[in-house]
Design a protein around this ligand. Structure first.
Ligand SMILES: [Zn+2]
Length: 342
């Protein structure tokens, strides 16, 4: 796993957590049955505590479920808005698709599962826009592609507690990919406007999402090869693409994760508690002697903090892998703790 090892304790304790995500259902005239259904499923209600346990916020951010007079979702000025029209349209598209593929042989539960999966991807795509804005994250790709990458990162790297193999997250990537494919089928004649759009083409978003899910777990997603979802010339990049984005998100978001989740998170990433505990106590003792990041010895050379030295010792003792060592070094460079001359 491409994980910066040195993040096992709160890397930015000074970033104040002053706000929370909160959920609002705007009264709806046309979509009461969708509001009732969403409340029955408790989907958004279940995401709010996860979000608030995971991210520090400088102010409150609303997640609003509302009628918008268009099929869309937005982030603007401290508000994520998911439109009933979008949920309705997704529901219809998937019902048609199920009939086409399975005939009568499908259940409402299966349909609901797929629709919730697409809603999940939509929510996290919008959250990607939100966090780029709120944290002023530096990005260099198109905003829409970055938001898609963020949704993939959250869906695949943060499994639900009762789903350790993360089949739900992977299914959500699959269903959203299918949804883009279906949307593309509905509008087969690409216009200049489509090529000029801030979003990649629906077909491209299909390949992106499928590719990242495949990169995350080729075994679970073997059907993507068997059923010719992804051509060979793209397939070979999927794992690299996906973990490259995980690496970037971990560094970008590290200062804004809540302290409490970091332990759990690194454990999901394969860390042992023993390692984590060692790293934490090392960081604590070195910060008490305040030699992070730029203390200087009498000879005028920067002193290497104990916990940095220990990363190398553990590597020598084969307690951490080469990837872990390299990522620790990358992190130290990115934080200015190690300086590399140009
Ligand atoms: Zn967007």
């Amino acid at each position: 796993m491409f994980v910066p090892s040195a993040l096992a304790v709160d890397p930015n304790p000074s970033y104040q957590d002053k706000g929370d995500f909160y959920l609002t259902y705007e009264p709806t005239y046309y979509y009461q049955e969708f509001e009732d259904w969403l409340k029955f499923e408790q989907y958004f209600e279940s995401q709010i505590p996860f979000l608030n346990e995971t991210f520090k916020l400088p102010y409150d951010v609303e997640i609003l479920i509302a009628e918008c007079n268009e099929s869309n979702a937005f982030y603007f000025d401290r508000e994520i808005k998911i439109c009933y029209e979008l949920i309705h349209e997704t529901d219809e598209r998937f019902a048609d698709y199920f009939v086409r593929v399975y005939g009568d042989n499908w259940t409402t539960e299966e349909l609901n599962y797929s629709v919730i999966n697409v809603i999940e991807n939509t929510l996290y795509h919008e959250l990607g826009h939100a966090l780029v804005d709120i944290y002023q994250l530096p990005i260099t790709g198109p905003h829409e592609s970055v938001a898609d990458q963020f949704a993939g990162f959250i869906l695949l790297e943060f499994p639900y507690e009762d789903d350790p193999t993360n089949s739900i997250g992977q299914d959500a990537m699959r269903d959203t990919a299918i949804d883009y494919w279906l949307a593309a089928e509905k509008n087969p004649d690409l216009t200049q406007t489509a090529f000029a759009d801030t979003h990649a083409l629906n077909q491209q978003r299909f390949y992106d999402l499928a590719c990242w899910a495949y990169g995350y777990d080729p075994d679970y997603n073997q059907y993507m090869i068997d059923e010719d979802w992804i051509p060979e010339n793209r397939l070979q990049w999927c794992s690299w693409e996906y973990y490259d984005s995980v690496y970037a998100w971990n560094i970008l978001l590290a200062p804004f994760y809540k302290d409490e989740i970091l332990g759990d998170y690194w454990e999901w990433q394969g860390w042992t508690y023993e390692y984590l505990h060692k790293l934490q106590s090392q960081m604590q003792s070195s910060s008490e002697s305040s030699d992070i990041p730029q203390s200087v010895t009498e000879e005028g050379m920067p002193k290497v903090p104990d916990w940095v030295r220990n990363i190398f010792i553990w590597y020598g003792e084969e307690k951490i892998s080469e990837d872990e060592l390299l990522n620790a070094i990358k992190f130290l460079v990115s934080q200015g703790i190690i300086k590399v001359s140009p």
